[in-house]
Design a protein around this ligand. Structure first.
Ligand code: ADP
Length: 645
């Protein structure tokens, strides 16, 4: 019985993705099969997990498998699984839409990359295009699926030629699971024949050998005809055929759980294929960690660091990549309990034979064994990163730096270790990245603190007037232009025994006061403060400035200007913190303003100068003027006067 057929348009982003896949990945067509087999294996994983609490779901079909059927006559390739299947709504949601948030931005990025001729499979690989990759080889795909536990009339048939729309209707499917039929495109001269069983066998061996469920195919074979069935002549010699062709179902993959194998027996290629299967990432991993722990608790761990950050790294709903197994049986994917957020890029498998199998997620969090594994995993991953070669680490940091730095304020036990993995540009580093260890090593003999400054623009930071005196003394300053740095610096008060100090807060040189000079400026500063009452909490002599005339700073525990900006951008209303206007007593213009003030306290220009000094400080830090038009007009008038004189 078939239901009414409905036709739906693909969402725009699906159409864009399809175009991208078809146009950019065809040199590596065969991996569509890996993607479909991975999906099938995931669907079985999901059912297996669910059946732990609902054993009835397995019905009379308890043996999991994936079946591949190439057919040269109809030019089709069929991939079937008896996994969890999909309901009508799930098909609508999963196939034909891309539900992942951030897709639009991702596509925008791809578009830009494309115009710069740098669109590579790496980029699209970040996305994990999965199912749609089958349109590289098929001009029509039919998917029939029946969700576990639903009556057969609620099966669903989905079909599309990948050209913008798909048909969907209720259908009948005898057994649970999903069958995907690819109607193969006409093969070009050099292209692979995906109905050739040897080709299929090779592709499965190469990309999917370790899939945990049998991947079966009907294989045509020649077998010897048994002796008693042979036709023989009078001398007992066989006449005619001695072999016959039969079709036999064969399991193609070895299903080896590679994490449980000794390292020496696994080659790089196999490690890489396993990673791709597991992560749905198309790029090879940057590094891996494979270890067996023996002792009071035993477990295997095979972890990977990807080479590229997924495009949705900062989407809260994205999945973590560590799968939990028990004695080689899949328990759950996305095991957040094993991996802290700041290592959410790590992919891999943990297999713990002693795990209590009736775990629920809530219990898992408090499970002693799980906590033990988590601690060890964190330690090993941080060690692995510490030991990467500098050029590899640089690649890692460019992708995941902002993520790992989250650990500085979320993992108090590992704070210093994680801080040692952070890298910064500095006032002296040029294009290089500098670690805190290097910074400390290069400190000036009289320098006691580690200086840093935060903001959103490296260029503005490096030129900030707040750094003039520090630069003059040859003190290096860390330039922190990443929002997470703000949070990190609120937790990291010292490193290697040296206090960290913001260049925009508190006193830089409390003991170097020129009190006589300060006294001379006291009255003028009081006047300026009066003019700027609503804007600043204090006007004072600066110990930061050398060339510039004005800057804004904060007290030691004030929120930084950048933090205020971040919070506002996130739609929050941080408490208004008035800042301190610092003025450079050594700047000639300050002496002139003071002279004018002393001569004629009523002079109206003094008010303008006060406002201008404040505006100059705002402009210097890349801030927004309250009244840019007034600023521009005043400066224009002054230029006129200056040139006239
Ligand atoms: P991904 O696998 O990266 O999520 P896909 O486009 O390959 O992306 O698949 C989208 C979704 O469709 C999957 O997340 C899954 O929910 C569903 N799906 C795909 N193939 C199957 C299958 N064989 N059985 C059940 N669900 C499937």
């Amino acid at each position: 019985m078939e239901g009414q057929k409905q036709t739906h348009q693909f969402k725009t982003e699906v159409r864009q993705i399809l175009n991208l896949i078809i146009n950019s990945l065809y040199s590596n067509q065969e991996i569509f099969l890996r993607e479909l087999i991975s999906n099938a294996s995931d669907a079985i994983d999901k059912l297996r997990f669910k059946s732990q609490t609902e054993p009835g779901l397995l019905g009379d079909d308890p043996e999991f498998s994936i079946k591949i059927k190439p057919d040269g006559i109809t030019q089709t390739l069929e991939i079937s699984d008896n996994g969890i299947g999909m309901t009508f709504e799930e098909v609508m949601e999963n196939i034909g839409t891309i539900a992942k948030s951030g897709t639009a931005q991702f596509l925008e990025m791809i578009k830009q990359a494309q115009s710069e001729q740098s669109l590579t499979p790496e980029l699209i690989g970040q996305f994990g295009v999965g199912f749609y990759s089958a349109f590289m080889v098929a001009d029509k795909i039919t998917l029939i699926t029946r969700a576990a536990g639903v009556p057969k009339e609620q099966s669903v048939r989905w079909e599309s030629s990948g050209d913008g729309s798909y048909d969907i209707q209720y259908a009948d499917k005898e057994k649970r699971g999903t069958t995907i039929t690819l109607h193969l495109k006409k093969k070009e001269k050099d292209e692979l024949d995906f109905t050739d069983q040897w080709q299929i066998r090779r592709i499965i061996k190469q990309h999917s050998d370790f899939v945990a469920y049998p991947i079966r195919m009907d294989v045509e074979k020649e077998i010897p005809i048994p002796d008693q069935e042979l036709i023989k002549d009078k001398d007992g010699k066989p006449i005619g055929e001695t072999k016959r062709r039969v079709v036999e179902e064969e399991t193609i993959n070895t299903m080896t759980a590679i994490w449980a194998q000794p390292k020496e027996e696994i080659d790089d290629k196999t490690y890489e294929e396993f990673y791709k299967h597991l992560s749905h990432d198309w790029n090879p991993p940057l590094a891996r960690l494979h270890m067996k722990l023996e002792g009071t608790t035993e477990y295997d761990m095979l972890l990977y660091i990807p080479s590229k950050a997924p495009f949705d790294m900062f989407q809260p709903e994205r999945k973590h990549g560590v799968h939990l197994y028990c004695k080689r049986v899949f328990i759950m994917d996305d095991c957040k309990e094993l991996v802290p957020e700041y290592l959410r890029f790590v992919k891999g498998v943990v297999d713990a034979p002693d795990l209590n199998l009736n775990v629920s997620r809530e219990i898992l969090q408090q499970d002693r064994l799980v906590m033990n594994i988590r601690n060890n995993l964190v330690k090993k991953v941080l060690d692995l990163l510490t030991d990467l070669k500098p050029e590899e680490y640089e690649k890692f940091y460019a992708e995941f730096g902002p993520v790992i730095k989250e650990g500085i304020y979320t993992d108090h036990n590992k704070r210093e270790k994680i801080a040692s993995l952070a890298r910064y540009k500095t006032t002296k580093s040029g294009d290089k990245w500098v670690s805190l260890d290097e910074y400390v090593k290069n400190m000036q003999p009289d320098q006691k603190e580690i200086y840093y400054i935060t903001g959103d623009d490296l260029n503005a930071l490096i030129n900030s007037p707040l750094l003039e005196k520090l630069k003059d003394k040859s003190y290096e300053v860390l330039l922190m232009a990443d929002p997470v740095d703000e949070w990190a610096m609120q937790s990291l008060h010292e490193y290697g025994g040296k206090p960290l100090k913001s260049a925009e807060k508190g006193e830089l040189e409390p003991d170097k006061k020129d009190d006589a000079k300060r006294e001379e400026f006291k009255a003028l500063f009081g006047f300026i403060k009066g003019q700027l009452e609503a804007k600043v909490k204090e006007v004072k002599a600066s110990d930061r400035l050398k060339e510039s005339v004005a800057c804004l700073s904060g007290a030691d525990y004030d929120m930084s200007a950048y933090m205020e900006k971040i919070l506002k951008a996130a739609g929050q209303k941080p408490p208004e913190v008035k800042r301190v206007l610092e003025l450079n007593m050594d700047h000639p213009v300050m002496a002139k303003i003071r002279a004018l003030y002393e001569k004629d306290r009523q002079n109206t220009a003094l008010k303008d100068y006060s406002l201008l000094l404040y505006d100059l400080a705002v402009v210097a830090e890349g801030g927004k003027l309250e009244n840019p038009a007034r600023f521009s007009k005043l400066v224009g008038e002054m230029m006129n006067q200056a040139i006239g004189a």
